[in-house]
Design a protein around this ligand. Sequence first.
Ligand code: MN
Length: 228
Amino acid sequence: MTRRQVMTGILAGGAVAAGAQAAAPAFTLPKLPYAFDALEPYIDARTMEIHHDKHHQAYVDNLNKAIAAHAEWAKYPVEELLGKFSQLPEGLKTAVRNQGGGHANHSLFWQVLGKPTGKAPQGRLARDIDRSFGGLPQFQSKLKAAAMGVFGSGWAWLNIDSENRLLVEASANQDSPWMMQRKSVLGIDVWEHAYYLKYQNRRAEYLDAILHVLDWAAISHRYEQMGK
Ligand code: MN
C-alpha cells in the first residue's frame, strides 16, 4: 500500500475501501522536460502550457477512465497497448486508439522538442537520413509536405518500419505509429491546438517554426538507443 493510500484510508475511515479508490492511476502525465517558454519565439509559452497541461492531461484522464473497466489491461505501457490493438476488447479499442494514441503521441512529441540550438542530426541518424532521403533539407521538405497533407487533425512522423527502413508518414486524428507496428523517431503534431494561438490557420508557418525547435541531439541519442 502506498503512503497516499494509507493517508486516504485514515481520512476516509476505511483503509480497504478508500485504498481501492485511491489506487494510483494507470497512466500519468509526463513532466514537460523544459519550461513552457523554452521554445520561444517559435512556439509560445501559452500554447505549450495549454497543450501539455490541458490537452495532454485530458488524454491521460480519459484513458484512465476507460482502462478502469478493463483492469487486466492496465499493466501495459501505453505504447504496448497500442501495439496489441487487435487483441483488445471491443469496448476498449476506441479509447486506446484516441486517448491512448493521444497520450503516446504527445509523450514522444515533448521529447523531440527543445531549446533552439541550430544543431543538425548526429551520428547514425545523420547517416540514415542522408541514405534514406538524400540529406536533411530533403527530409525536412518531405516531413513538411506530409504535415501539410494532413486533412483536418493528425500527425506527421519519421518512423521505422518492420524492415528497419526510415519512412516519413502521416496519420489522422491520434492514430499512432505503435498501432501501425512502427517505431517512431519523431512526430509533429498538426492539430490546430498545437499552433492556433500564434499562427491561426497558417500551418506552413508553424511547421517552419517547429523545424527550429526539433532537438536533434536528443532525437539522435534516442535513435541510437532504439536498437534499429
Ligand atoms: Mn496535441
